[in-house]
Design a protein around this ligand. Structure first.
Ligand code: FAD
Length: 475
């Protein structure tokens, strides 16, 4: 808790953004952080609510001890707050930036639509801790002599590798891409999270003894069996990259793409990687239609504006959330937040209950528009409601259908779950193959960074326990 009467005296306040007209001129972060004294005030709003739902399973998958660090910040003990926060979350500067904050949804003050600004306080603690030099490598006192391979360096792989190294194991991370971070680096744009945050953690982990091997596509360039033979345990954290199929007439016209190649290329460009030899997938000077209503679609909207799109229309098959329909401003509502980011406020036209019926194209084979229709609650088109949106670029951001099966998973031949994800037990993280574990999106399907961190931590604990017969790693 913070100040007993804080929630009665202090209004909820969140960081402001640079105006849309300014922020779309660059790809960097654009949040204007609160001043330290303002953050202390926000922490003071945390009340002694008896049962703090914010750090239960639905509020915070990593079980951050939110009332405790709010109290520490309120009492100006930032260093202890940072220690507490890091005891449950390896990378609070990631989640402080990009988590949709289910903790705020769970906050008791959300009954009045003014939850504690938990995410803002989390980011402030994490940023201050790094800036002040309090975040140091934690080199294990003893080595176990065990060797563990982690495949994939997204948030699940990174969290697991860090925990395993701190338990004294010799940890090797194998990553297909030239840099670490997974979707944090190549999916999520810099305007949501700049990549030096990942670089900082990679340096910390290297100092803790983790070895990163880049450009290794396990199951393609290096057989998984080689890594199984060389390591005492193998954790698969390869994400869920398979795009959901686009079953719409006209989807083969030039200018129709999946969202990920578009986002990945821009992230690589911003990150200084050479993309000059590739087909340039750009929204500059184009009418863009983004199909989809989640995080990936929002990121396509923001990226399109920054590349210089003329107009961006977002098609969401779901109905308009009541909060938007009634023009209520009772933010944040988690369900709405999951569908709306700062990107829509940069000038996107949003069409709700909008089904994508057909992609239209010209004789040269290039897309010219999207034929849409309003859909009912069962997502069936309503006769007579058809309309056409002009388009030179159409981006499909309609979700993922589990992990890629070619390569690593087909070589492994382990059981999949009903949704096509790699099956691994919820508690032991074991797959059906001996000494092979799985965590993150590869196991649970497309999800959130905070869930990936949780699964990475828990899988590390399970592996440590299996290797050593006991574990001191936290849950
Ligand atoms: P990933 O991050 O996908 O990492 C998997 C890694 O494994 C990759 O680096 C990949 O290269 C590597 N790999 C795969 N196969 C192999 C192989 N055979 N050999 C070697 N390496 C391999 N979540 C949020 O909480 N907030 C957001 O704002 C948010 N925005 C998002 C925006 C977009 C565009 C997308 C696509 C997702 C977003 N998410 C967001 C979801 C979040 O990014 C994922 O849930 C999370 O990154 C999953 O982590 P992971 O470690 O399981 O997998």
């Amino acid at each position: 808790m913070g100040k007993v009467t804080g929630f009665l005296e202090i209004d909820r306040e969140e960081p402001r953004y640079q105006p849309a007209s300014d922020r779309i001129r660059h790809f960097g972060e654009f949040t204007i952080p609160l001043r330290e004294a303002q953050v202390v005030d926000q922490a003071a709003r945390c009340m002694d609510c008896g049962v703090p739902f914010c750090h239960g399973d639905t509020g915070c998958p990593v079980h951050n001890q939110i009332p405790d660090w709010n109290d520490l910040v309120y009492n100006n003990d930032w260093e202890e707050a940072a220690r507490n926060l890091h005891s449950t979350n390896n990378f609070p500067e990631f989640t402080g930036r990009i988590c949709p904050a289910p903790c705020e949804e769970a906050c008791t003050l959300n009954l009045e639509d003014v939850p504690v600004a938990i995410k803002t306080v989390e980011q402030a603690i994490a940023d201050k801790a790094i800036k002040s030099g309090w975040v140091k490598p934690q080199v294990p006192a003893h080595k176990t002599g065990k060797r563990v391979a982690v495949i994939g360096s997204g948030p699940a792989g990174l969290a697991a590798a860090q925990q395993l190294a701190r338990a004294g194991h010799d940890v090797h991370v194998y990553e297909r891409e030239p840099k670490a971070g997974g979707l944090l680096r190549y999916g999520i744009p810099d305007f949501k999270m700049e990549k030096d945050h990942i670089d900082f953690r990679v340096s910390q982990m290297e100092a803790e003894g983790v070895t990163f091997h880049y450009g290794v596509n396990v199951g393609v360039t290096t057989p998984l069996s080689t890594l199984q033979a060389e390591h005492d345990a193998v954790l698969l954290a390869g994400g869920a990259e398979k795009p959901r199929a686009v079953d719409v007439e006209g989807n083969s016209f030039d200018g129709v793409h999946y969202a990920m190649p578009f986002l990945i290329q821009q992230n690589r460009r911003v990150g200084g990687e050479d993309v000059s030899g590739e087909f340039q997938l750009s929204a500059a000077g184009k009418h863009v239609v983004v199909v989809g209503g989640g995080d990936t679609a929002s990121d396509c909207v923001g990226t399109s504006f920054r590349q210089g799109a003329i107009a961006v229309t977002q098609l969401d098959v779901r109905p308009m959330p009541p909060e938007l329909e009634n023009k209520l401003t009772n933010w944040p509502n988690w369900a709405v937040k999951m569908r709306t980011s700062s990107s829509q406020a940069e000038g996107a036209i949003r069409e709700f209950s909008a089904g994508t019926m057909k992609i239209l194209g010209n004789a040269k084979g290039h897309v010219t528009g999207v034929e849409c229709a309003r859909v009912d609650r069962k997502r069936q088109p309503i006769e007579g409601s058809e309309f056409v949106i002009k388009a030179d670029l159409v981006l499909f951001a309609i979700g993922f259908a589990g992990p890629l099966q070619d390569g690593m998973l087909s070589e492994l031949g382990a059981d999949l779950d009903k949704r096509g994800n790699l099956f691994a037990d919820t508690f032991t993280y074991k797959t059906s193959v001996d000494k092979v574990y799985a965590a993150g999106d590869m196991r649970r399907g497309q999800s959130l960074v905070v869930w990936a961190i949780r699964e990475g931590r828990q899988a590390a604990r399970a592996i440590d326990n299996d290797l050593m017969g006991k574990t001191d790693l936290p849950r």
